[in-house]
Every structure is written in structure tokens, then in C-alpha cells.
Design a protein around this ligand. Structure first.
Ligand code: HAM
Length: 418
């Protein structure tokens, strides 16, 4: 049996980087006042179709959707933003607190063509803020993302930012885009021809070469912003400059999801081939209301966890895997019985203890203690038990300490903690 295409195992040997990222992300989010949220992996299909947009690639071709036994159409979440909005509305989270900040880590599912950096089950680290219209929160999120990536050793990644405007200025931009595409319509792919009527902004995100060529020199959203959107974008830019965050204006960036308004951004890298986006996000001031909640400004981003780990691997990021505090070398059946009991006890006292019950020789067991990188080794054999004295060896200093059998567990805990 094998994993299915686009799905993969993350093995214990690979997990150190994942855990490091998770820990750093949680620390940083918590210090900025974000709280973890956990939500279901399956939701009603309509939630994603309505939020991400009926004419997006995700909804049109990438969702894992199935009919459950009662006839409901359900979907494995392709992203987290829609579900977090659903939870925000369902639990009336706006009622208790005007501003809510969440983070989430977990698997997402998209049926894309698998390749390096692109999987059908992949992981995201997601952050969302509800209730703040101020552009400072846009900058806070971009800064936070930037700071996290730097903490993880990724330097020189610049944020591509753009403003997609709001319902007040979007029609003006759409008109300019449709005028521009006028005589180029025939060069568009069949999908984009449909999008001309249904959702012209999506054409800007089409990957088909003929569409890319037809779009060369197309109008930019930033040139069609209303005064409020322009002021908002100016403040985002100046506050990012003050914070020393590297960014560039990318007026071709529209993102692949329909819910965005105003600021949108992506962090790109050149090290992952075609899959250049390590993280992406933006504002979605209309979505909560469109899903039935009160009018609530909102904004967030998601990091592609798999891609981030791949970049860190390419940078040869080493996470020092800590060995056990103690390895018990036990020789003979009686010694093994003691080793078993003590290792169970010590592990519950916060002393990470390992032992080996395969009846190997002293030499083989010492070799193993070295291999697992144990800080201390305790040697027990029949002689030691008869004399009621055991030897504890500090593997770094080679120093040996004798300890009596009475009160052994507490004495060991003391010695090792020191
Ligand atoms: P997204 O750009 O679709 O945005 O995904 C965010 C990140 O997830 C991407 O930049 C990429 O690193 C990673 N990603 C996407 N698809 C795959 C895949 N098939 N394999 C591996 N990694 C992948 C969102 O999902 C939005 N919900 C972000 C957001 C949050 N916007 C506002 N709040």
C-alpha cells in the first residue's frame, strides 16, 4: 500500500523543522495577541464556493467535494479563512470583543497537479484579524510574517504588495480592464472568455500563456483606487517603510481567491521553482457580511508550511535534536526489571529516559547511548545491584558519580537536573 498521489507522510526524521516552525510561530503570534483556533476539516461546499468564489480555480477544479449519506454536499477545506469566518459568525465572536485575532495550523486540500512544493494535502499556518479597518493592522500582519520568516533564518524575502480596491472603485477598474481586453478577447482561453462576463478580475490571475500575453500592459488596480483606498494603501506603505520591512509594489498581483479587497500581498522565493509563493494574504472587508454576519473589516494571511520547510531545508537549517537526558544500560534480567521501572518513573518526573531491553552487550548498549546522544548513562548489572551502588556517567565531561540504590530515582533526578 502506498500514499495516494499528492499526499505524503512526514516522518519523525523530518519533524524537527516542522516543530521548530510551529513553536516559533505560536510564540510570535501569542506575543502579538493572537489566539489559536481549531476548526473542522470538512465544511459545507457552499461555504467555500461563496467565499473563495465560483469562478476561481480552487472552486472550479480543485476541491475535494463529496455527497454524504444524507445528500449534503461537503468539501475538505482548501483553505482556512472561510471556515474561520464561519466560526466567527456562528459563535457571535464579534459580540464579546470588537477585535479578534486568531491563528491556526493544519492541513488543507486542493486537487492540483502535484509537483515540488505543491501537494494535494498541504499545511498552512494561518493568521486572521477581525474588526480593524486601520491600515496599521495590514502593516502589522506583513511585519509579523516578515519577522517570523527572519526568525526562521529566511533573509532577503521581499513582500509583493498591491491594492485591489473596494466595491466603490472596483467597477471603474473592471471597466478599464474590459476596455483594454476589447480587441484581445479572441486570444483568451475559454475559461477567461467566460470570466469576461462573470468575473473579469480573475483573468489577471490566469496562468495560460496566451492570456498572459494578452494581458501585457493591462491597467493596474492601483491606478483606479478611490481616495479612501489610496490613503489606506499609502499608510500601509509608509508604515512598512518605518518598520524596515522590504516590499515591492506588484500591480499584477491579484491573488487566486475572490474575497480580497484593498491590500493583498505575497512572499515569493526563487528557490522552489514554479511554486514561488511561500505565503499570501490580504484584506477581505466584505466577506463576514456576505456570509451572514455583521459588517466587519478583516484581514489575514497563510504561510505554505510545506514550502517554508522546503526553503529551510535548502538553506540547510539544522535543528539540533535533543537526545534523552538519561540512557540506562541494563545487563541481565534483574537489571532490566529495575531499568524498566526507573525509566517509567523518571519520564514522569521530567527526566527524559531511554533504555534498551533487547539483551545486548555492554559495548553495544554504550554505542547506542552515544548514538541517541544521551546526556547521562546509568549502568546497572548484577554486581552493581549486589553492592547497591550504581555509576552515573556524564557523557560530555566523562565524569562518573556513584549513587546508592536507596532513593535512587530522586537522587538521579537531582543530579541530572543540575
Ligand atoms: P493561498 O495563496 O491560496 O491563500 O495559499 C497560501 C499559501 O499556501 C500559498 O502561498 C502557498 O505557499 C501555500 N499553498 C497553496 N496551495 C498549495 C499546495 N497545493 N501545496 C503546497 N502549498 C500550497 C490562502 O489560502 C488564503 N486563505 C490566505 C489568507 C488568509 N488570506 C487571508 N487570510
Amino acid at each position: 500500500m502506498q500514499t495516494i498521489r499528492g499526499f505524503r507522510d512526514i516522518l519523525p526524521e523530518q519533524i524537527a523543522l516542522w516543530q521548530k516552525v510551529e513553536q516559533e510561530a505560536a510564540d510570535l503570534f501569542e506575543s502579538f495577541g493572537y489566539r489559536e483556533i481549531r476548526i473542522p476539516i470538512v465544511e459545507k461546499t457552499t461555504l467555500f464556493a461563496r467565499s473563495i468564489g465560483e469562478t476561481t480555480d480552487i472552486v472550479e477544479k480543485e476541491m475535494y467535494t463529496f455527497e454524504d449519506r444524507t445528500g449534503d454536499m461537503l468539501t475538505l477545506r482548501p483553505e482556512a479563512t472561510a471556515s474561520i469566518c464561519r466560526a466567527y459568525i456562528q459563535h457571535k465572536m464579534y459580540a464579546a470583543e470588537p477585535v479578534r485575532k486568531f491563528y491556526l495550523t493544519g492541513p488543507m486540500f486542493r486537487r492540483e497537479r502535484p509537483q515540488k512544493g505543491r501537494y494535494r494535502q498541504f499545511y498552512q499556518i494561518d493568521a486572521e484579524v477581525f474588526g480593524v479597518e486601520s491600515p496599521y493592522i495590514d502593516s502589522e500582519l506583513i511585519f509579523l510574517l516578515h519577522a517570523l520568516l527572519r526568525r526562521l533564518g529566511l533573509e532577503g524575502l521581499s513582500a509583493h504588495i498591491n491594492s485591489l480596491g473596494c466595491p466603490a472603485c472596483r467597477p471603474d477598474f473592471q471597466k478599464a480592464l474590459l476596455d483594454f481586453l476589447g480587441e484581445r478577447k479572441d486570444n483568451l482561453c475559454e475559461n477567461c472568455k467566460r470570466r469576461l462576463v462573470k468575473n473579469p478580475l480573475r483573468i489577471l490571475d490566469c496562468k495560460v500563456e496566451t492570456c498572459r500575453q494578452a494581458l501585457e500592459g493591462s491597467p493596474a488596480t492601483v491606478d483606479h483606487l478611490c481616495p479612501d483606498c489610496r490613503t489606506h494603501f499609502e499608510t500601509v506603505k509608509t508604515s512598512l517603510e518605518k518598520l524596515g520591512v522590504d516590499f515591492m509594489i506588484d500591480d499584477t498581483l491579484v491573488r487566486g481567491l475572490d474575497y480580497y479587497t484593498r491590500t493583498a500581498w505575497e512572499i515569493q522565493t526563487t528557490t522552489l521553482g514554479a511554486q514561488s509563493a511561500v505565503a499570501g494574504g490580504g484584506r477581505y472587508d466584505r466577506l463576514v457580511e456576505e456570509l451572514g454576519g455583521p459588517s466587519t473589516p478583516a484581514i489575514g494571511f497563510a504561510i505554505g508550511f510545506d514550502r517554508l520547510v522546503e526553503v529551510m531545508e535548502q538553506l540547510d537549517t539544522q535543528v539540533c535534536e535533543k537526545g534523552p537526558d538519561l540512557f540506562i544500560v541494563s545487563l541481565g534480567a534483574d537489571a532490566q526489571a529495575y531499568a524498566f521501572e526507573w525509566s517509567c518513573r523518571l519520564n514522569t518526573m521530567g527526566i527524559r529516559t531511554d533504555s534498551d531491553f533487547r539483551g545486548k552487550s555492554m559495548k553495544a548498549l554504550m554505542k547506542r547511548a552515544n548514538k541517541v546522544n544521551a546526556a547521562f548513562v546509568l549502568i546497572i548489572g548484577d554486581n552493581e545491584l549486589a553492592q547497591k551502588k550504581l555509576v552515573l556517567r556524564n557523557m560530555a565531561t566523562k565524569e562518573q558519580t556513584e549513587i546508592g540504590l536507596d532513593n535512587l530515582v530522586n537522587d538521579l533526578a537531582q543530579l541530572i537536573k543540575n
